[in-house]
Write a protein that binds this ligand. Sequence first.
Ligand SMILES: *[C@@H]1O[C@H](CO)[C@@H](O)[C@H](O)[C@H]1NC(C)=O
Ligand SMILES: *[C@@H]1O[C@H](CO)[C@@H](O)[C@H](O)[C@H]1NC(C)=O
Ligand SMILES: CC(=O)N[C@H]1CO[C@H](CO)[C@@H](O)[C@@H]1O
Length: 347
Amino acid sequence: MSTSPDSKRARTEKSSKKVIGTHNGTFHCDEALAVFLLRLTDQYKGSSLIRTRDSAILDKCDVVVDVGAVYDVHTQRFDHHQRGFGEVFGHGFTTKLSSAGLIYKHFGEEIIASRLGFPPEDARIQILYLKLYSEFIEGIDAIDNGIEQYETALEPKYKIRTDLSSRVGWLNPPWNKSPESYSIDDLFLTASNLTGTEFLDRLDYYGKSWLPARDLVATALQSRASVHPSQRIAIFEVFAPWKEHLFDLETELKILDDSHPYYVLYPDEFGGTWRIQAVPVNPASFQSRLALPEDWRGVRDDDLSKKTGVPGCVFVHASGFIGGNKTREGALEMASIALKIQRPETT
Ligand SMILES: *[C@@H]1O[C@H](CO)[C@@H](O)[C@H](O)[C@H]1NC(C)=O
Ligand SMILES: *[C@@H]1O[C@H](CO)[C@@H](O)[C@H](O)[C@H]1NC(C)=O
Ligand SMILES: CC(=O)N[C@H]1CO[C@H](CO)[C@@H](O)[C@@H]1O
């Protein structure tokens, strides 16, 4: 046996390299993503992968996902198929986990911090950890565990076969082609790469675009008393997607009906003019908490300026949920008058 330094080094490298085990045969979105997520962690970076159902081989792996009938963090076993398994994400989420959810639950915070370069104690990590679970991982858990999306058995009017779990499904070889003509392990890696690419894209979006918008909305909510004493008007100094954040933050900051904003003002996405928008009763609703005055609706330009008494008005939508003025001051003036007309007690 050779004892040259080279072969010694090769042996040490081999022994320090971790091995991830998962099942062979047909693959699914959950373990494709679980394997990708594991390889993003410090512990399993650069790990090799073995796909098998041979328990003697699986027993030697450093971590096993989606096979083996054991869930035990201590020994790094992450299966969810065994009888009695009922692990959920927590934090109010009650969907049974798949192997993707299990790995995310245990390694998600580390993965988020390392991808975005946040220090471990950064409060943003927890916000993103919950957001990515609800927007990305939970659906994969539910589909894998065969959990219906609707309480009642609604017949959908059309099909959606382009979700991530479906696309991973399509990557499996067709039943009527000989398995020898495919390397299923290679197809699995394609699937793992697909799920990982989407996960990281979504994480980057929530970390780099969604979260900064949230900060902007938080600032506007916290400073709204200085905009108008009624606290019913919030101003965003730059345009950002605000609606979903506004509702989340109102709950978080305990802003109640007696002082929540009726109107938000922001510069037009394309610059130039300002918008005044009535806050809806909930993020998906077309009904406003307090629409712009009936009298202004569907009116434009000079006619509108005459009605509002505010020069430079551009328009108010026929349903009263949005309007515009050429300046920030003009939009603020419109909001103040709309309040004075409709809620004199607040002004
Ligand atoms: C999976 O691996 C086991 C053990 O190595 C083997 O016996 C079995 O044929 C494989 N199944 C598929 C579908 O490849
Ligand atoms: C997926 O595979 C492509 C091609 O090999 C590679 O360039 C890319 O970095 C991979 N994506 C991820 C997220 O690993
Ligand atoms: C009240 C107010 O400031 N309204 C403004 C609306 O936009 C026009 C055009 O910029 C301004 O002239 C108005 O003063």
